[in-house]
Design a protein around this ligand. Structure first.
Ligand code: SAJ
Length: 422
């Protein structure tokens, strides 16, 4: 099929890198976003998010005329939807952004076009898109009822890239492509082959939807296992880091790493898309969510216990005198993304409840985040925080913290990542 011009809806952490990857292959790309300031930034050849190598790719694509951003949808050969899918209260998937994208695409659809959903979505969403588009465009036929000969082709192809390695993984990872019909899958496969060096494997839409959810749910369950072990080890006074290292020497054991909880927009959210459709069949996934969501509270409790110990070690001192430093606010190592970050929530809880000074250390941001406005917390650098703090709470395994040199044995530390005490 003709794929000379591709339109991408949603210019965030997935849409913009995908736009840049396609434009780098000399395909005309038009990115659509409701955020006017992001659109203006991209049209200047700059980026509004932090992701290694993305700035160079966008700059080159815009200056060579292959990438352009706009708030207004226009004609194209193919449309890719890469918008967020958060959840409502009670963890029910919220498809409002996808529905809005479908409504925006509908008026500019033409016979022969391809529509691809990349957003992580509950099973059935791709068929739902067909319904939404068909309602807006009764003059066109869609694959959910017209089959292989439909005017419009519709497929699901989930993104699978890891923040921090997006540009590399976009090109190298295999893709799972689930068309509503086989000709939809083949059309989508042709599009991804423009920039993907990995395999583009074809299945049906529902299997592709569940495949994406399965990948993240499995990771969540595995992290929960590591987090649960960390509680057991703490009680038994055993190093969980050494334990996992030793267990992983077994050829069929591969335990992940405990941390302060699971953050980001994916791993902590996606299992709910499976659970909400089959609550009675998913006790394991629900338990994993509970274990991972309980970890931040456990860390705060550890902090309160350590504060008591510090006061015992320093007779006559008051808790107002204790200076605390929280190392890391991002949801994982070496990124600036604070969305759904357990580290951020733990630091906020400490800054709110601790009567003394709280220092925040986050090498990837420049200003104290606004949510700390009503606290006395201030952002300082790693060396100053290590020097000045009485209690050190290590929350994110940023390289800068790994490289820090200190005699940790003499310090009061909560090390949620095993960097300084393992
Ligand atoms: N984490 C741990 N221990 C570990 C690994 C991770 O506590 O051993 C924590 C991290 O600190 C972070 C959270 O889990 O808070 C999630 O981090 P992550 O690196 O596991 O995953 P994400 O959310 O950055 O990206 C995931 C990836 N999915 C899988 O690896 C199965 C990525 O490939 C997906 O594209 C992405 O979700 C997505 O967009 O769905």
């Amino acid at each position: 099929m003709k794929l000379e011009k591709i339109s991408i809806f949603g210019l965030g952490y997935i849409g913009l890198p995908t736009a840049a990857a396609l434009a780098t292959q000399r395909t005309q790309v038009i990115g659509i976003d409701v955020n006017e300031s992001a659109v203006n930034t991209i049209n200047e050849g700059k980026i509004h998010i932090v992701e290694p190598e993305l700035d160079v790719a966008v700059q080159a694509a815009v200056s060579r005329g292959y990438l352009r951003a706009s708030t207004t949808p226009e004609l194209a050969d193919a449309f890719i939807i890469a918008v967020p899918t958060p959840f409502h209260d009670e963890h029910q998937p919220n498809l409002d952004y996808i529905e809005a994208a479908a409504s925006a695409i509908a008026p500019v659809l033409e016979k022969g076009n391809l529509v691809i959903l990349e957003s992580t979505s509950p099973v059935g969403t791709t068929s739902q898109i067909c319904e939404w588009l068909a309602t807006h465009r009764p003059d066109l036929s869609f694959p959910h009822n017209a089959g292989e000969d439909s005017d419009i082709r519709v497929a699901y192809c989930p993104e699978r890239v890891l923040p921090g390695k997006v540009m590399y993984e976009l090109a190298m990872n295999d893709r799972v492509i689930g068309g509503i019909t086989n000709s939809c899958s083949i059309a989508a496969q042709q599009l991804y082959k423009i920039f993907v060096q990995g395999d583009c494997v074809i299945t049906d839409a529902a299997t592709a939807e569940l495949c994406k959810l399965t990948e993240n749910a499995m990771r969540d369950v595995n992290i929960a296992f590591a987090n649960e072990l960390s509680l057991v080890c703490d009680k038994l006074d055993i190093s969980v880091w050494e334990l996992i290292k030793l267990a992983n020497l077994h050829p069929r054991i591969d335990i992940l790493q405990p941390g302060p909880g699971v953050g980001g927009h994916c791993i902590a959210v996606d299992p709910w898309f499976i659970i909400s459709q089959s609550p009675e069949l998913t006790p394991l996934m629900q338990a994993a969510r509970g274990v991972n969501d309980g970890k931040p509270k456990w860390i705060v409790q550890k902090f309160n216990d350590l504060t008591k110990k510090w006061l015992e070690d320093n007779p006559g001192a008051t808790s107002e005198q204790i200076k605390v430093a929280c190392f890391g606010l991002a949801f994982k190592a070496n990124i600036d993304d604070l969305r759904e970050s357990p580290a951020l929530n733990i630091a906020l809880e400490i800054a709110t409840c601790h009567p003394g000074q709280t220092f925040l250390v986050e090498p990837n941001i420049e200003e104290t985040p606004a949510i700390f406005q009503s606290t006395k917390a201030v952002l300082i650098n790693t060396a100053d925080a290590i020097r000045s703090a009485d209690i050190l709470v290590l929350l994110v395994d940023h390289d800068e913290f790994t490289e820090a040199q200190e005699n940790w044995k003499d310090r009061h530390i909560i090390d949620s990542r095993g960097l300084w005490t393992s």
